[in-house]
Design a protein around this ligand. Structure first.
Ligand SMILES: Nc1ncnc2c1ncn2[C@@H]1O[C@H](COP(=O)(O)OP(=O)(O)OP(=O)(O)O)[C@@H](O)[C@H]1O
Length: 242
């Protein structure tokens, strides 16, 4: 579903934010992208969303390859930003959820409302500015899923959420995986993803420094500035903050 070959990106004349990235993900993968601040996670998500054009190499999403097919990639992939306030446009839950749907399209509007209910967005008339962070994030996820993207990209979806909201977002990711949606999740804190992700990409200063399943990647995390999940540290008798 996703294939990166020699993928690179530079912001203007600055140094490369991503360099020589290569990986392939099958349909339905739930891939975690981890790395220290500034390692390139958000830049990779923006490329996968078709928002940026690679400065080097190629990126294929479905049958579309970038450079060239960014618009087609944008139709396949939806990106949920870390800050819901950068994403929400409507004044109420319903207004945001239904944005862009034709008023006469009862089927699409009904499906969008059903999706909102599944995500626990019960009060469709609620003004968005009065919602908790977790509810605003769930609204962004609902809006992203509304058009049934093949690829869902999430930037720090658990950041700032309380325990119940983390569990709800985890349930959404698991349901998406069961439905065959390919998901890429950027994260600092691995606790909520440790048992969910089937693939781990580790970035350090724009380079892909590890790629594989949890068993292979977790032992390498600390040397790349990423804290492994607590359960893994205790299972290996390691000081959580050493
Ligand atoms: N708009 C921009 N203009 C110039 N440089 C940028 C821009 N956005 C990001 N960068 C640089 O690109 C590199 C990668 O940034 P990116 O935001 O992708 O990292 P990140 O891993 O998502 O970081 P964080 O965990 O802090 O969100 C960093 O060196 C950053 O300073």
């Amino acid at each position: 579903m996703i294939r990166a070959d020699g993928l690179g990106y530079a912001f203007g004349a600055g140094g490369a934010a991503l360099e020589a990235i290569g990986f392939a993900l099958p349909r339905g993968a739930l891939c975690a992208v981890v790395g220290a601040n500034g390692s390139g996670k958000s830049t990779l998500l923006a490329l996968l969303a078709g928002l940026f054009t690679p400065s080097a190499g190629t990126l294929a999403v479905g049958g579309d390859a970038s450079p060239g097919a960014e618009e087609a990639i944008r139709r396949r992939a939806a990106l949920v930003l870390q800050d819901p306030d950068q994403q929400i446009i409507g004044a109420t839950v319903e207004e945001d959820l239904l944005l862009g749907l034709r008023p006469g399209d009862a089927t699409a509007r009904g499906a969008a409302r059903a999706l909102a209910a599944r995500l626990g967005l019960a009060d469709l008339a609620a003004p968005v500015h009065a919602l908790s962070l977790g509810t605003r994030r769930k609204l962004c996820i609902a809006t992203a899923l509304r058009d049934a993207p093949e690829v869902l990209l999430l930037d720090e979806p658990f950041a700032g959420l309380d325990y119940p909201a983390i569990r709800e977002v985890r349930a959404v990711l698991a349901a998406n995986r069961a439905a065959g949606v390919t998901q890429v999740v950027a994260a600092h804190d691995l606790e909520a993803l440790a048992d969910l992700a089937d693939r781990w990409l580790v970035l350090e200063r724009g380079r892909l420094v590890a790629d594989g399943a949890a068993e292979a990647v977790f032992p390498l995390l600390r040397r790349h500035g990423v804290r492994p999940p607590g359960a893994w540290l205790s299972a290996h008798g390691l000081d959580p903050w050493a």
